[in-house]
Design a protein around this ligand. Structure first.
Ligand code: HEM
Length: 215
């Protein structure tokens, strides 16, 4: 019998894909001062479409026994993204920033998982985004604030003002992952879905870099 908690297995099995996402040139340029304010804005807009799908899916799973313990209003990001885009671009931000192909694939997959009612798949997407926002996202926000002179406007997405301790929140989240009664096959499927979610995030950075090069 394996004694490794699921949350730990998940983290270990996805570590290299996490590295691919975090290390994508578009992202690492932003983190090292080689990216522009417009690059950052382009990313915020793509986040909007992704969270629109994710948070619509959360409504779909609100009463699901497996998924609902993960869903919390403290996490909801769409209003913050709206505020950021309004501040950074203005109300017509969608015209300048339609979804790139990777975002469309990402959104379609989240919607498909929700339509199927697959709780494990939803949790996979929920985990990949929100635990990331509560982890590396906190460092990203600080660097964007420093680089582009933002206070809270423009980086509201990263500020979870209803979560006092991201560290404790993540610990509770991992306990919840460990307590779901998924069998080994379902755990594999969930890990595969997280790997897929990382691929979408990496592809998103590739698409944003390509759009920038073409501009
Ligand atoms: C510059 C970009 C990034 C940096 C610097 C970064 C950094 C980190 C760090 C340091 C952790 C570990 C925190 C901890 O142990 O509590 C972490 C965890 C995580 N990151 Fe990232 N990250 C980046 C991008 C991303 C992206 C693009 C995603 C996917 C959307 C992502 C998803 C996650 C997830 C899901 C975790 C939690 C892993 C776990 O504990 O199970 N990260 N990140």
């Amino acid at each position: 019998m394996s004694v490794i908690p699921f949350s730990q297995a998940l983290r270990e099995r996805t570590r290299s894909s996490h590295g691919d996402s975090a290390g994508a040139t578009f992202m690492s340029d932003l983190m090292t001062g080689k990216g522009s304010r417009d690059d950052y804005i382009a990313l915020v807009a793509q986040h909007y479409y992704i969270y629109e799908a994710l948070e619509a899916a959360a409504l779909r799973f609100a009463d699901d026994a497996v998924a609902s313990p993960f869903i919390s209003p403290q996490l909801t990001r769409l209003p913050a993204l709206e505020l950021d885009l309004d501040y950074l671009v203005g109300p017509d931000w969608r015209d300048a920033h339609p979804p790139v192909p990777a975002t469309t694939r990402y959104v379609d997959r989240i919607t498909e998982v929700a339509d199927e009612g697959w709780a494990g798949g939803f949790v996979a997407h929920h985990y990949t985004r929100y635990l990331g926002d509560l982890s590396g996202g906190q460092a990203i926000a600080k660097i964007m604030q420093r680089q582009f002179g933002f206070e809270t406007n423009g980086v509201a997405f990263y500020i979870f003002d209803q979560i006092a301790s991201p560290k404790e929140f993540k610990e509770t989240y991992r306990d919840q992952l460990d307590s779901v009664e998924w069998d080994a096959a379902e755990r594999e499927r969930v890990i595969d879905e997280v790997l897929l979610a990382y691929t979408f995030n990496t592809d998103l950075f590739i698409d944003l870099a390509a759009a920038k090069a073409a501009a």
